[in-house]
Ligand binder design. Structure first.
Ligand SMILES: CC(C)(COP(=O)(O)OP(=O)(O)OC[C@H]1O[C@@H](n2cnc3c(N)ncnc32)[C@H](O)[C@@H]1OP(=O)(O)O)[C@@H](O)C(=O)NCCC(=O)NCCS
Length: 270
């Protein structure tokens, strides 16, 4: 019996061996090229390296969004200990100086950065105009910008996320979406395929920007707003909480409701 069965046993062993090798190779390839990445962020332009030193980081702002950003940094550093070394907050509001949030101090105003060009910054202030102004100040000082992505966000490796962005927990950015610089994607936002979100936009929690939609720079979308596919919104426009934008909006307007209607206009962003 043994003599007769030996060839078929050999055959089975070889087939199992080949399948095991193939499965191992496929698993290895998938682990190196995941279709989607759960982010931890990292210094802009730097590829992840083994054993790199954590980048020193300061959050600019000391309000609600700055503290939410603290959570993003903390979660990212827990996931990847060599990602960020948070030094504290910098605020232009003098009353904030010396305060501490979650054990991290407000270090002072922008003057604190004098002679400290190796510290990365992120501007964690919800108002797009204020954020743009502080981005310009940080650029004048030659400070590098951090891009912060919460580990519970899902960003397609085929999407682009610019420097200085803050991507909160629950965000999804899908294939070929383009997120400019210094954009805030707050909790649970989605930005779908081929959508473009230009620099310094703020998307409040639960905003949905659908496929091929385009937001000009400095747009401010309130909680739960929805932008339908292919719709374009001009620079500096504000969309109220819960609005559904079904057709293009010009620059510098405020629109509210379902469907969104224009209720005001604002001076174009300076
Ligand atoms: C739209 C918004 C910015 C207010 O803009 P505004 O220029 O100050 O407008 P006003 O408050 O004067 O309101 C103008 C009109 O729009 C209505 N309106 C304001 N916000 C609205 C909203 N979200 N949905 C429906 N109608 C709204 C007002 O009732 C008012 O109507 P009326 O003229 O018939 O009285 C604000 O209401 C809003 O929705 N902000 C988003 C806040 C948010 O989501 N923050 C997230 C923090 S993380």
């Amino acid at each position: 019996m043994d003599v007769v069965d030996t060839p078929s046993r050999w055959c089975t062993t070889v087939v199992i061996g080949v399948f095991t090798l193939l499965a191992g190779a496929i698993a290895l390839l998938c682990s190196q090229h995941p279709p989607y990445t759960h982010g931890t962020g990292g210094p802009v332009g730097a590829r992840r390296k083994k054993q790199r030193m954590a980048q020193r980081l300061v959050i600019v702002g000391a309000g609600g969004h700055a503290r939410d950003t603290f959570d993003v940094v903390e979660a990212a550093a827990e996931r990847q200990p060599d990602s960020w070394d948070l030094l504290g907050f910098v605020s232009e509001v003098a009353d904030d100086h010396g305060r501490a949030y979650h054990g991290s101090r407000v270090l002072g105003g922008f003057e604190w950065f004098a002679g400290r060009r190796d510290v990365a910054v992120v501007i964690a202030i919800g108002d797009p105009e204020v954020r743009a102004r502080l981005v310009a100040r940080a650029e004048q000082l030659g400070l590098p910008f951090a891009t912060l992505v919460h580990p519970a966000a899902v960003v397609s490796r085929h999407a682009r996320v610019g420097p200085g962005c803050i991507v909160s927990a629950g965000v999804m950015v899908t294939s070929s979406a383009s997120i400019g610089a210094h954009v805030i994607l707050n909790l649970g936002c989605t930005v779908a395929h081929d959508a473009v979100v230009a620099d310094c936009c703020t998307l409040a929690p639960g905003v949905h920007v659908n496929g091929h939609a385009r937001l000009g720079s400095g747009c401010d979308l309130g909680a739960g707003a929805v932008v339908l596919p292919k719709v374009a919104i001009g620079a500096g426009s504000v969309v109220g909480a819960g609005a559904v934008v079904i057709k293009d909006l010009p620059a510098g307007v405020t629109a509210v409701g379902v469907p969104a209607r224009i209720v005001g206009s604002r001076p174009p962003p300076g």
